[in-house]
Design a binder for this molecule. Structure first.
Ligand code: CP
Length: 377
């Protein structure tokens, strides 16, 4: 049984195979029209979505399968206090594959541990969004003809931008990638992301200036400053218009630049950019549907014959993955799933680093927020 929580759950070879399959679906959609006949997907969306939910639903429909949807926590039993774990056990009894978006960071990790069918993370809070990355990768490969040797600029909300975190995880595996992280100080890329780049010797630059960065970029990945991630509305108001890309600014960019955006946009890309051949964001959303079709096929093939629903329940009972890690105090991230889900012990993994007081820097296994813990006392 394979799940997709983080983009690195797929090897580079598997990503290539999924992209090849998506290319083939684009070329020969009729050959896939019955590929999922008799199969069902649950699209569980506890946070707003247009593209991800509709493209999952369109993907399964175009593969000949059926869709069961939950849209919004208020229309499901989560509104009555049901846990993510129990929701996923139940969905495993009704469908063959599950895609879930949830506002809590680490919800996908918890859900996958309980799923009796392949589980897909359709976005967990500000943490990860691997299927958006699948759309991003196919867009880059089709538009640039390669995924290697590219300078990738990420601009906007790099702190809470789950699509940025997932795309950085993905692109760092391709030789010759160089990153330029463009954001206001308050929305800087998290340390756990840049530390990983440093450990792997991958070049990156951090700047607040989009105009300075633009001429060197092959890819510009614009992102929205996300109102829903801010505890203080005044901070959002101050930062929301930090970057607005317009047609005039593109005069200093390469002709071969490709502009991506996971969408929705608010005003960080002016509509006068939409007609530029370098603007790829609507095409990117379309490619997302083909990549989700290819992913559904890949995960269902990996799952093979998955037993009847009673057998699935028995397997969940006997084989559910218990998370492992070092016990610590409650995670400080208010958006971490461990703060709300019953019976999730605060668990951490050491990073190998220590702070000035000799404490070990550890990462929450659910949401990856760092915490200094005194070990061996
Ligand atoms: N890119 C993306 O996740 O869009 P939605 O929030 O509309 O699904």
């Amino acid at each position: 049984m394979r799940h997709l929580i983080d983009i690195t759950d797929l090897s580079v070879e598997e990503l290539d195979a999924v992209m090849d399959r998506a290319d083939d679906i684009i070329a020969h959609p009729e050959q896939y029209a019955h590929a999922c006949e008799g199969k069902k997907i649950a699209a569980l969306f506890f946070e707003p979505s247009t593209r991800t939910r509709l493209s999952f639903e369109a993907a399964m429909s175009e593969l000949g399968g059926k869709v069961l949807s939950v849209t919004g926590a208020s229309s499901s039993s989560q509104a009555k206090g049901e846990s993510v774990s129990d929701t996923i056990i139940m969905a495993s009894c009704y469908v063959d594959i599950i895609a879930m978006r949830h506002p809590k960071e680490g919800a996908a990790f918890v859900a996958a541990g309980k799923a009796g069918v392949p589980f897909i993370n359709a976005g967990d809070g500000g943490h990860l969004h691997p299927t958006q990355t699948l759309a991003d990768l196919l867009t880059i490969r089709r538009e640039c003809g390669r995924l290697t040797g590219l300078t990738v600029g990420m601009c906007g909300d790099l702190k809470y931008g789950r699509t940025v975190h997932s795309l950085t995880h993905a692109m760092q595996r391709y030789p010759g990638t160089r990153f330029v992280f463009i954001s206001p100080e308050e929305l800087k890329i998290p340390a756990y992301v840049t530390e990983e780049l440093e450990e792997k010797g991958i070049p990156y630059e951090v700047t607040t200036s989009l105009s300075d960065a633009l001429p060197s970029l092959d890819i510009l990945y614009m992102t929205r400053v996300q109102r829903e991630r801010f505890d203080d509305p005044e901070v959002y108001e101050r930062l929301k218009d930090s970057y607005i890309l317009n047609a005039a600014m593109l005069e200093n960019a390469k002709d071969s630049l490709r502009i991506l955006h996971p969408l929705p946009r608010v005003n960080e890309i002016s509509t006068d950019v939409d007609g530029d051949i370098r603007a790829c964001y609507f095409k990117e959303a379309l490619y997302g549907k083909y990549m989700r079709m290819a992913l559904i096929l890949f995960l269902l093939e990996q799952a093979g014959e998955n037993g009847d629903h009673l057998k699935r329940l028995e397997r969940i009972r006997t084989e559910s993955v218990k998370p492992e890690g070092i016990r610590g105090e409650v995670c400080e991230n208010p958006r971490c799933i461990s703060g709300t889900e019953q019976e999730l012990p605060p668990l951490y993994r050491p990073t190998g680093k220590t702070d000035a007081e000799g404490r070990t820097i550890c990462r929450c296994i659910y949401c990856e927020t760092e915490k200094a813990i005194r070990l061996n006392v």
